[in-house]
Design a protein around this ligand. Structure first.
Ligand code: SF4
Ligand code: SF4
Length: 443
């Protein structure tokens, strides 16, 4: 099986959730819909405090092309517009919606259609209308990615089913349980791009998913299923391209430069499910796992569900939970229990604070070279850390290609001196943005 040369093998920890079917989580007593659920400008609200909204109704429009619209996750009343914490710990504009307990909660459909009777540009507009963003965690507006891939005449669509972060199994369950809708989404995107092939890549610990999808392939499908060795961070776009085609995306470049578009399994599934119905995205499958939660599993959770409600409903095994939104390698620690879920939340990991090892104070670098060996982009993490610690921002940017680092955490994971390499890189990037040293990344 193919793979990329570097990378690491963290313990997968997937057993808690990989065998249980997706279940719907009951509705929370209130929902907090953050307006900045995508990379780009926050959405612009279309509803006022006190207004009644219907599940699926458009309630905030895209603020220009680099943005996405939002739809009501429940039928209910807008209680207020105000500031709430997001997963990064910063206050963001949001709409608080209280559901009507007796409502049927059937979603409002905007404009059902036959996707294969529409042109590429019409479909891209529809994808924007339903508020689709990259559901693998990046939350990049899908219509923008499609436009740039179409402009660059992408010939290959890669569907990322690797789900290489430990604990997360939502993509795996979707591949097992919803192969028809997943394949419909892939066919729609192939139709938009006019691409000649699609490659669905998954890791060898998900071969049952491959067997579940195979019978749904049609004779004329240009879709192949490719198993890869299990390795982290294989699901990152550039790394996946390297693993599949042994091609490198140039420094500062995009997969579209090679004629490739990469999309995540959950995104393809939601396109296949929602676009023909003309329904906005209002909920998603989230893996809830870890030793601090009583009922781990994969749950269908409406966007805007407060974390405290999820923890109350699924039960805690600890009085001092440590919570991460996303996977343990690239996710974000969340301290405020009122933080709501968003389109980009792939998983909620709950750990017993008392059983977690205390963070070890970093020791000096011993020049062992471990970090160089695992970096999937062949960067020089130990030298980058030295430059960052000495505030040498210009060389970090120009000589060491700091912005190629996608903060996968592999270097920090292997470092025997426990140097917080990824944290140093994040802090240096922040400074570069603040000082506007990088014309593109400062925007
Ligand atoms: S965090 Fe950055 S430098 Fe470290 S291994 Fe990942 S890509 Fe390389
Ligand atoms: S892994 Fe840690 S100790 Fe080893 S070279 Fe890299 S930074 Fe230094």
């Amino acid at each position: 099986m193919r793979s990329f040369p570097q990378g690491i093998h963290p313990k997968p920890h997937k057993e808690q959730t990989r065998y249980t079917a997706i279940q719907r989580l009951e509705f929370a007593p209130y929902f907090v819909l953050l307006l900045n659920q995508q990379i780009g400008k926050p959405s612009l609200p279309l509803v006022q405090e006190g207004e009644e909204v219907r599940r699926g109704q458009l309630i905030a429009q895209a603020n220009g092309d680099f943005s996405s619209p939002l739809h009501a996750p429940v039928t209910g009343r807008v209680l207020k517009r105000g500031l709430n914490l997001d997963m990064n710990g910063s206050m963001q504009d949001s709409l608080v919606i209280q559901p009507f307990p007796a409502s049927g909660q059937s979603p409002q459909l905007e404009a059902p259609c036959d996707p294969f009777a529409l042109s590429s540009l019409e479909l891209i507009e529809k994808i924007k209308t339903i508020g689709m963003v990259g559901l693998g965690g990046a939350a990049f507006p899908t219509h923008l990615k499609l436009k740039s891939s179409l402009d660059k005449k992408a010939h290959t669509l890669v569907i990322n089913g690797c789900e290489c972060e430990p604990f997360l199994t939502a993509d795996h369950r979707i591949m097992l349980e919803q192969p028809a809708k997943l394949l419909r989404g892939i066919r729609i995107i192939l139709h938009i791009l006019g691409a000649k092939q699609a490659v669905l890549a998954l890791e060898e610990n998900k071969l049952d998913a491959l067997r579940a999808i195979e019978p749904h392939l049609l004779p004329h499908d240009q879709i192949s299923l490719v198993p890869l060795k299990t390795k982290y961070p294989q699901g990152a776009e550039k790394i996946l391209i390297q693993a599949l085609f042994q091609q490198e995306v140039p420094s500062g470049g995009l997969p579209a430069d090679l004629g490739i578009m990469v999309a995540n399994v959950t995104t393809m599934y939601e396109v296949g499910q929602l676009l023909p119905l003309g329904q906005g995205i209002i909920e998603r499958v989230v893996s809830v796992s870890g030793d601090g939660v009583q009922k781990p599993g994969n749950y269908l959770i409406p966007m805007g569900t407060p974390l405290e409600f999820i923890l109350e409903t699924l039960g805690l095994c600890t009085k001092s939970p440590q919570v991460i939104f996303g996977g343990p390698m690239m996710g974000k620690s969340v301290v405020c229990l009122q933080t709501p879920t968003t389109k980009g939340v792939t998983g909620i990991l709950v750990f017993r604070g008392e059983s977690r090892p205390k963070p070890q104070a970093p020791l000096p670098c011993i020049n062992c070279g471990e970090c160089l060996q695992v970096c999937p982009l062949r960067l020089n993490p130990c030298e980058m850390a030295r430059q960052a610690a000495n505030n040498q921002l210009e060389p970090l940017l120009k000589r060491f290609h700091l912005f190629d680092c996608f903060e996968c955490g592999s270097c920090a994971w292997v470092c025997p001196s426990k140097i917080p390499l990824t944290q140093l890189f994040k802090a240096a990037k922040k400074q570069i943005r603040q000082k506007k040293l990088h014309p593109l990344k400062s925007a």
